[in-house]
Design a protein around this ligand. Structure first.
Ligand code: NI
Length: 177
């Protein structure tokens, strides 16, 4: 079912989400279905449970050919429960991000280039991946939602923040390369 996405300013987006204790479960399956339906409906690259008002540590993400991220390499459909991210190097990359909870805006956000993430899928099967670049960025962005962090809080330069249709000039000026 497509759910309403909470927007920045809603205090529920600032909460630290609880771990999922029962996996698999019918409730978890329903939650993941709603996350996928909502993410796809809005052409998002990812969505975290707190964004639909559910304070549990569950995220989904997938990048096929996404009109919001035309240059992005594909990311396989991932449904991740109780994720843990470990940076694999100090290397930081800045690039532009958007968020379904911050509609219409884009900002330049620093993220670790290489990370490992672990967790389970909704059936309880272990997930353990080492990723870099955009895939690493997406998983860091989604997992931040589980700790009540929206991407503007990660930004270093608020001049690199603006409405989607306006930031084209900024993208040239602050090209992350
Ligand atoms: Ni987001």
């Amino acid at each position: 079912m497509i759910r309403a996405v909470l927007r920045m300013g809603n205090p529920r987006l600032l909460e630290v989400a609880r771990p999922v204790e029962a996996c698999p479960s019918p409730e978890l399956d329903d939650l993941v279905t709603d996350l996928l339906d909502t993410m796809r409906h809005l052409d998002g690259a990812g969505l975290a449970a707190p964004q639909i008002g559910v304070s549990l540590r569950v995220v989904v993400f997938e990048v096929k050919s996404n009109p919001r991220y035309p240059d992005a390499a594909p990311i396989p459909l991932t449904m991740l429960v109780n994720p843990v991210i470990t940076p694999l190097a100090d290397d930081i990359l800045e690039d532009w991000e958007g968020c379904l909870s911050v509609p219409g805006l884009r900002g330049l956000v620093p993220r670790y280039r290489h990370v490992r993430y672990t967790g389970t899928d909704p059936q309880g099967q272990a997930i353990d991946r080492t990723v870099s670049g955009f895939h690493a960025r997406v998983v860091q962005h989604e997992c931040d939602h589980l700790d009540g962090v929206l991407y503007p809080r990660r930004m270093r330069n608020m001049e690199c923040f603006g409405f989607e249709g306006e930031v084209a000039a900024l993208r040239t000026q602050f090209d992350p390369g």
